[in-house]
Design a protein around this ligand. Structure first.
Ligand code: PEP
Ligand code: MN
Length: 338
């Protein structure tokens, strides 16, 4: 149940609703928006539903939650969530954020050359992974903590926050101690133990859509993180598996406005992992800006031919600079600063 307070409801009226819920043995989650306060009631549905909430002073309406997710829904929080990381605002309707870097950190030289190039072209956040989920156990698995150290060094050198994937609940503390944003990848979207673990640490989390997940399953995964206390969640559409084989995955561009309607969380598009091929990255990125995404995340590599992971989709620094121009152009049309 979501209890929506009247615009002019005061703190005492909010407190009275919260106290009533607690008396019933339920939990109350208060969200104070710009216009009004909304209270999420958590507990036995039958018990909550029998109370005439609308008769209480300051209550506008009590809405039963029909969707399985609650806190990440627009019903619960009408205002968009804006996540601020080192001055970068993800989810701000007037900004468009570009996250760029190598798929995997391979060496100091490779990371620094890429970071320098993406910074110069205007990217606001650096990406680079120290732990890679690989289809084959014999493929390069990432540099581990050494990779995180290099990313932290690059952050200082180029004044950019960075995002890195965490694969294992046992590594959450380690990755959280270095990274500005943690990422849960597509293969782990339904790893509920990992979701709970990242929900209990303080850094924002990028949650990639599972490549076989529906939007509802994806939002439920976000709910797992939110419920543990971490409300800084960035949804990342990265393509889903369909019958179509002309690209690595099918970028579900529809998911962006669908999510925007259903949820207050920021939405980022990863055209690189969706397409798997560099020539598709720019058109898909342009589409992402136009359709209302809050940002894109793009793979860049100084020498894609020698990349240890995902070279076919990585842009050269010069291609990335051209992409940034295209992004700014479309962003201006939709009223965002890119
Ligand atoms: C990545 O972003 O490097 C990655 C592994 O992506 P995904 O989880 O979407 O495959
Ligand atoms: Mn990759």
């Amino acid at each position: 149940m979501i209890i929506v307070m009247k615009r002019d409801a005061g703190p005492a009226e909010v407190e009275a609703v919260v106290a009533r819920l607690r008396d019933l043995g339920c939990d109350a989650h208060v969200s104070s928006g710009q216009l009004r306060t909304v209270i999420g009631a958590i507990g036995d549905r039958e018990v909550i539903q029998q109370i005439p909430w609308e008769a209480m002073s300051g209550v506008e309406k009590a809405v039963p939650v029909l969707k399985p997710f609650k806190f990440v829904s627009r019903d619960f929080q009408p205002d968009p969530t804006i996540i601020e990381v080192r001055g970068v605002r993800i989810g701000d309707p007037s900004q468009f954020v570009t996250i760029a870097g190598p798929c995997a950190v391979e060496s100091r030289d490779q990371l620094f050359r890429t970071a320098e190039a993406v910074k110069r072209a205007g990217a606001q956040v650096l990406r680079g992974d120290a732990f890679k989920p690989r289809t084959s156990p014999y493929s390069f698995q990432g540099l581990g903590e050494k990779g995180l150290e290099l990313l932290a060094e690059a952050r200082e050198e180029f004044d950019m926050p960075f995002v890195a994937e965490v694969l294992d609940p046992r590594d959450v503390e380690l990755v959280s101690s270095y990274a500005d944003i943690l990422r849960v990848g597509t293969r782990n979207m339904a790893n509920f133990t990992l979701l709970q673990e990242v929900g209990r640490q303080p850094k924002p989390v990028q949650l990639k859509r599972g490549f076989t997940a529906t939007v509802e399953e994806w939002l439920n995964a976000a709910e797992y993180i939110y419920k543990e206390g971490n409300h800084q969640i960035i949804m990342v559409e990265r393509g889903i598996r369909t019958f179509e084989t002309s690209a690595r995955n099918t970028l579900d561009i529809t998911a962006v406005p669908v999510l925007k309607n259903l949820s207050h969380l920021p939405v980022v598009v990863d055209p690189s992992h969706a397409a798997g091929r560099r020539e598709l990255v720019e058109p898909l990125a342009r589409a992402a800006v136009a359709v209302g995404a809050d940002g894109v995340m793009v793979d860049v590599h100084p020498t894609p031919d020698t990349a240890l992971v995902d070279g076919a989709q990585a842009l050269l620094p010069s291609e990335f600079a051209a992409l940034m121009d295209a992004i700014r152009e479309v962003a201006a049309v939709v009223g965002r600063r890119g």
